[in-house]
Design a protein. Sequence first.
Length: 225
Amino acid sequence: MSTAELLERRQGSTRKIEIHRRAAVEVKSCDDQIAKLNAEIEALQARRQAAANDLLSQEEADLLVVGLTMIDEELANLGTRNDRAREVKRYHELTARRQGLEEKMADCKNRIELQGIYRSEAIEEADLPVEGLEITADGITFDGVPFAQKSSAARIRISMAVAMAANPKLRVIRVTNGSLISESNLKLIADIAAENDYQVWVELVDETGDVGIYIEDGEVKAVNP
């Protein structure tokens, strides 16, 4: 056999060995993948079996669905009943508060009415010193006319009569803010006092020092008639 033939045979053998080596690697790779897949299949089969153990019949599943629906409806109704119960409780609370306020209002109204009765009785029983003078719910009247609507002279005469009736023994009348009274009304007060033997002490503001008791720096400087 020639060298060329030997070389050719050698190359052929080399190719076959390479093909064999690659085939062996591929076979091993496939075997590894098959083993891996078999392991996954076994795991899936175990999971399937576990799930199958929990699997219900269609009838049982339908009953459970109906039961869940009924439970959901009951929960919804329970929520509605709870809301209603809260509303009823709130209604009773507000009703009780309203009743309490009405009772307080009625009590206040009764007290006001009693005060009005007591006031009316006190006015009726009052021994007023001047004939024609009355005290009504609207104020003081004289001969049926409101005191404030009487003339200044009439008001002075009425006031002097009341003051004199209130001090029949002391026989002294004190008039404040005399500076606000006109000269004619001051003369009227003096005339009424003189007619009834009363003294009148009139509070006047005067800077001349010629009227009444003159006080300066806390000391009496002069006593004028």
